[in-house]
Design a protein. Structure first.
Length: 152
């Protein structure tokens, strides 16, 4: 579903915003680290300090009640002619360590984020988003990208 330019933009992004909603439609958004694995997005329920158990996190509860999610990947610059974003809409599930796609997700996350080498991702669930549709707008090159030449 992702066109080449959208895929490159999303793959190189360091953070996205995951939007979920509970069964009653109450929205929730949280910044997440993520990786692309084929036509899926994976984001860990990692070891960063949390006040509740992984399965009690608001995003995890929301996904169990309402699996429709959106991931927004964007960048901001004061030069508004260089703004851009990609929104991935899809269906999310929890992927447990015993499921086949889990190991590939952990590998992709560790390849993208050095910090995850020290995290015990093998024993924690991942959120796996099946991409349903993609929308994008603007310049899909970050202002600090070596491929971005200021609109020239």
């Amino acid at each position: 579903m992702l066109r080449d330019r959208e895929r490159q933009y999303v793959e190189t992004a360091r953070v996205g915003r995951l939007a979920t909603a509970d069964a009653e439609g109450r929205p929730h958004a949280v910044p997440v680290c993520f990786a692309l694995v084929d036509d899926h997005v994976v984001t860990p329920v990692d070891e960063k300090p949390q006040r509740v158990a992984p399965d009690a996190l608001r995003r995890s509860r929301d996904i169990r009640e309402n699996p429709r999610v959106a991931l927004l990947v964007d960048h901001y610059t004061d030069d508004w002619s260089r703004l851009g974003w990609v929104q991935v809409r899809g269906t999310a599930t929890h992927c447990t360590p015993s499921e086949d796609p889990h190991a590939r997700g952990v590998t992709a996350l560790r390849e993208k984020y050095d910090q995850y080498v020290a995290h015990d991702l093998e024993d924690r669930p991942l959120i796996r988003i099946s991409v349903g549709s993609v929308r994008s707008w603007g310049r899909l090159e970050r202002p600090d990208s070596p491929h971005d030449h200021g609109g020239r």
